[in-house]
Design a protein around this ligand. Structure first.
Ligand SMILES: Nc1nc2c(ncn2[C@@H]2O[C@H](COP(=O)(O)OP(=O)(O)OP(=O)(O)O)[C@@H](O)[C@H]2O)c(=O)[nH]1
Ligand SMILES: [Mg+2]
Length: 306
């Protein structure tokens, strides 16, 4: 079939409203021929699931800088939730969610970490996991998040509008899990502090529609700030709040001034690790065994904020 004919058929179907789907992420109408929203690239399956379920999708998204541990954290969170712990249970709602869980656990079991996420939006896996609690089984919370590449998040913070998916997800989120690398905070000066401030300012301006100024109304969105890799940073594991306030003073002040509902957590997925160095001086961390800690606590706190 020629392109022109196909276009004509699609336009007729679009006008007929057959095959039109309203995207839950960007709320724009999209035609379901590619399976992805043409505006924000969210899989349209997400929107169909929510339409079938009849209840709105309560987005919880996971953000963080490049190398903060997003892929490892998301994969491990899905794994722990699928087994069900401490009264909460997660049900993966698409094959991407199972893939990211399988990919992460497979890598860790073979004593390596999963690969870096590609920076192109086409390479991001959109996770959708319905989380319910024993107490309120019908009260769903949805962990809906693409496994963003840290570089894309950094580009979006510098030039808002570069990656529409990121702004749409932040805009729709009912709560945000923000990952910060505790080892970088401890060892690499103020970079994480600056990243945290940029991220918080981005969230604040998207949620309020204004830049942040002293005296302005605080944003109510719950933000769980998770210090990752604390298996190798005991001081962060012991008291994440104190660790963050001492080492990221700018970020901590910014949060106090602009957000009314935030909390610090510590997480880590390995029990012990070894560092390998080759003859060129290239270092590689090898996880020797898996011992997830602090993975579901941020989500448990978010559920309580509802
Ligand atoms: N010790 C320790 N290291 C971790 C942990 N999680 C991640 N890492 C290390 O951090 C690296 C990056 O983790 P990823 O999950 O790939 O980070 P990411 O945020 O997805 O990075 P991008 O895909 O580049 O955005 C891994 O290769 C590990 O070396 C953890 O819980 N403990
Ligand atoms: Mg990644």
């Amino acid at each position: 079939m020629s392109n022109a004919t196909e276009q004509l058929i699609q336009s007729t179907r679009f006008l007929d409203s057959t095959g039109r789907v309203t995207c839950v992420c960007c709320t724009q109408e999209s035609f379901s021929n590619t399976g992805y929203c043409s505006h924000c690239r969210a899989p349209l399956d997400l929107s169909r699931t929510s339409a079938k379920r009849g209840t709105p999708v309560n987005f919880v998204s996971v953000l963080g800088a490049s190398g903060a541990g997003k892929t490892v954290y998301i994969g491990m969170l899905l794994d722990v939730l699928s087994k069900g712990v401490r009264g909460i249970q997660g049900l993966p709602n698409n094959s991407f969610s199972v893939s990211i869980q399988q990919h992460t656990i497979g890598a860790l079991e073979s004593r390596r970490f999963p690969e870096k996420t590609p920076s192109e939006a086409e390479g991001w896996q959109w996770v959708h996991c319905e989380v319910s609690t024993c107490a309120k089984r019908k009260n769903f919370l949805d962990v809906v998040t693409p496994d963003f590449a840290g570089e894309a998040i950094a580009a979006e913070l510098e030039h808002p509008g570069t990656h529409r998916a990121i702004s749409c997800v932040v805009h729709q989120s009912k709560a945000i899990i923000l990952l910060i690398d505790s080892l970088c905070v401890r060892d690499s000066g103020r970079d994480e502090d600056f990243f945290g401030m940029k991220m918080a300012s981005y969230i604040h301006s998207l949620r309020t529609g204004k830049a942040s100024f002293v005296g302005q109304k605080k944003t109510k969105i719950p933000i769980a700030i998770v210090l990752t890799k604390t298996d190798s940073c005991p001081e962060a594991m012991e008291d994440p709040q104190q660790f963050a306030t001492d080492n990221m003073p700018g970020f901590a002040k910014f949060l106090q001034r602009n957000f009314s509902n935030f909390r610090f957590f510590a997480a880590g997925v390995v029990g012990s690790s070894a560092m390998f160095a080759d003859h060129r001086g290239y270092f590689m961390e090898i996880p020797l065994h898996i011992e997830p800690r602090g993975i579901t606590e941020p989500l448990e706190w978010i559920i309580l904020q509802k």
